[in-house]
Design a protein around this ligand. Structure first.
Ligand SMILES: [Mn+2]
Length: 388
């Protein structure tokens, strides 16, 4: 997509301008970011999802058994029957994985890397409902889907910001409101990480939160070093073949630190392994149990495609590709495969196409590596045959 075309989603800003001036920096309100917005899921359907075992859901009641009572799903059929008239909200995570029409809301965000997107959380709130003033560590686009919600924004926070004493919810003890807006269906508010915000339903309302993800520095360091460690033989150790006689045997000298730094830099700077680890880490699925995979004979796999069957991405799978030296890597739900450069267009197709079938796969089915890759992805569960 052309980064210099003004986008309705961004209120007429181009992707380049938005990234330069707002992304990770300051909030942006866009009236009618998605004009004529058609709410892709009804409150009843959302409540239905919250009954499902594999779906993460929460209910927050401002005046429950205690202030800001949190109840966790999955909920029983009658869980919504005895709720008060107002001041509660139902939140359901990763609805994009369960409702294709909600997944389609992500399409206009294609100017950002897919692997940065976490999920679309959908909330339904009764008048007065909300989760209190809080901040998130991630960027979020709050798209109003139904009814009206008042959004207030405040100060920039961090992990030292005082919170209310609450076991389950991180509600700010202080909220210094700086601006507020009432959002109507199709309106959208972008918030950068750490900005205090508070959304309150004006009437029965639904909000779609397109949430992003970014690993913490601590996660990057601990996970990458664990990954690296698997490739290092036990005999590779701190070594000091260049050692000089010590002047004081109890002192750890500067030259020891330099040897350690060399050892670290040599491995931490391995771009091949860093890319491999990063791609695997960022494509780890949120719900690995939904990447089932199946046993399938290669003949059956090919026969299905030749008979007109269609392959789709498992909505719970995460896919990405990258270049590693002369080669390519496909990352699929936490796994990676090194592939030759001639498969570039196939990798792009697998990551981006809505459907794979004998027409668009034609040339690849006669390529041994390409055909094998597709078959492996079906067995792994990142691709699956669509139900007719
Ligand atoms: Mn939030």
């Amino acid at each position: 997509m052309n980064p210099d075309i003004p986008l309705q989603l961004l209120g007429g800003l181009t992707a380049r301008e938005f990234l330069r001036d707002y992304w990770q920096k300051k909030p942006l309100l866009v009236r009618q970011a998605m004009p004529d917005f058609e709410n892709p899921i009804s409150p009843d359907e959302l409540a239905g999802l919250a009954l499902e075992e594999e779906v993460e859901s929460r209910l927050v009641l401002e005046h429950g058994e205690r202030p800001w009572e949190l109840r966790r799903g999955p909920f029983a059929e009658d869980a919504f029957a005895h709720l008060p008239e107002r001041d509660w909200t139902l939140l359901v995570q990763a609805v994009d994985q369960f409702v294709p029409e909600v997944g389609e809301l992500l399409e206009p965000f294609n100017f950002l890397p897919k692997w940065r997107i976490d999920d679309v959380m959908v909330s339904f709130a009764t008048p007065g409902g909300g989760v209190g003033p809080h901040f998130d560590n991630y960027d979020v686009f709050l798209l109003q889907g139904h009814g009206k919600r008042r959004w207030q924004i405040g100060q920039t926070c961090n992990s030292e910001s005082p919170l209310l004493e609450h076991a389950d919810l991180k509600i700010l003890a202080e909220f210094d409101k700086t601006e507020e807006w009432v959002l109507e269906p199709g309106d959208m508010l972008y918030l950068p990480p750490l900005l205090a915000h508070c959304g309150t339903a004006e009437d029965d309302c639904m909000t779609y939160s397109v949430g992003f993800r970014a690993p913490s520095a601590a996660e990057v360091l601990t996970h990458f070093t664990d990954f690296l460690g698997q490739f290092l033989p036990d005999e590779e150790r701190y070594s000091d073949a260049d050692a000089q006689p010590t002047s004081d045997p109890h002192q750890i000298q500067r030259d020891s630190l330099d040897r350690l730094k060399n050892l670290l830099n040599e491995h931490m700077g391995d771009e091949r392994l860093l890319m491999t680890w990063f791609g695997q880490f960022m494509t780890e699925p949120r719900y690995p149990e939904l990447i089932g995979g199946i046993e399938m004979d290669e003949g059956v796999f090919l026969g299905n495609l030749q008979d007109g069957a269609v392959l789709i991405r498992n909505p719970s799978a995460r896919l990405a590709w990258s270049e590693v030296g002369e080669d390519l890597v496909l990352f699929a739900s936490g796994q990676s495969r090194l592939l030759p450069a001639n498969l570039r267009e196939l990798l792009k197709l697998i990551c981006a196409a809505d459907a794979l079938h004998s027409d668009n796969l034609d040339q690849w089915l006669s390529d041994d590596t390409g055909r094998n890759l597709l078959w492996e992805l079906v067995k792994q569960g990142s691709l699956e045959f669509a139900n007719e």
